[in-house]
Design a protein. Structure first.
Length: 282
């Protein structure tokens, strides 16, 4: 049999599966991790170190020594991984969360929400006449407007709430663990902040407002007879209410209470409310 060159044998030893158990296997994983770390192969070294630590927890053997350089590099890899994942869930222009994050979190929240004491509200928000902003002031300023609107929408949100870009000039506020009254107040306060912002300081003659549709889903113990809804259904209901806010004069938050569609705040005095119908809307 042809003898392996020393460096080849060393690499195969690092990558080959081993059958030893307990402290011997921990020590072997540690030595392989050290070898790989010395070569700058940090990801492979981290895998062997994790295997050693898993054995430590399983067998309660003495914890292996972790080379300081390897510890630093592993922490760096963890931070880089966390940062890369966070960036993959953020909108590049506004730094709000993106549609991927929205879909994931809504699915989780609606799954968990039956056990929550309070409900879940979703406000679908759209900038009014935003095409005119771009046409009049240019797309660069339009981008600045979107960024500033997101900052205003996110101010004062309760713990666990977040803002996500739904697409174009549409954004979603997700408000978990709130009741219906608080949800309306939060959405209306956000609309009002946008309206009252000194947009003329950004560009003379600039005015920006938003319209919103707020869909509220009560906790299971609040309405046990009410069928569970999916994230898509709740977004569809919010979209229907957004249409009502737009068709009823814009710069308003539309919501449903006691079986009727209403407008919040200053818009509540408007006489004409144009309601669209969504199948299965309670």
């Amino acid at each position: 049999m042809t003898a392996l060159r020393p460096e080849t044998a060393e690499i195969q030893q690092a990558d080959a599966p081993v059958d030893k158990q307990g402290p011997d296997l921990v020590a072997l994983h540690e030595s392989i991790a050290t070898l790989l770390a010395s070569r700058g192969q940090w990801r492979q070294a981290y895998q062997h170190l994790r295997s050693a630590l898993d054995l430590v927890h399983a067998d309660q053997v003495e914890e292996p020594h972790v080379p300081e350089q390897l510890r630093r590099e592993v922490e760096l890899l963890r931070r880089e991984h966390a940062e890369a994942r966070e960036q993959s869930l953020r909108d590049s222009l506004t730094d709000s969360y993106n549609r991927r994050y929205l879909d994931q979190r809504l699915m989780d929240m609606l799954t968990e929400h039956g056990a929550c004491r309070d409900g879940l509200a979703i406000a679908l928000i759209d900038l009014d006449w935003f095409k005119q902003v771009n046409d009049t002031f240019g797309h660069l300023l339009g981008d600045r407007v979107l960024q500033r609107v997101v900052e205003l929408l996110q101010q004062g949100l309760p713990e666990g709430a977040f803002c996500a870009r739904y697409g174009g000039e549409e954004f979603v506020l997700v408000l978990p663990r709130v009741d219906a009254t608080a949800a309306v107040e939060i959405a209306e306060a956000a609309r009002e902040r946008v309206e009252r912002h000194p947009w003329q300081d950004v560009a003379p003659g600039l005015r920006v407002t938003v319209s919103a549709g707020l869909a509220y889903e009560p906790a299971a113990d609040e309405a046990p007879e009410r069928p569970a809804v999916s994230a898509e259904q709740q977004l569809l209901r919010a979209d229907s209410l957004l249409y009502t806010a737009k068709q009823s004069g814009r710069n308003a938050v539309a919501y449903r209470a006691d079986g009727r569609v209403r407008l919040a705040g200053a818009a509540s005095g408007r006489r004409a409310i144009t309601e669209s119908r969504v199948l299965g809307y309670y």
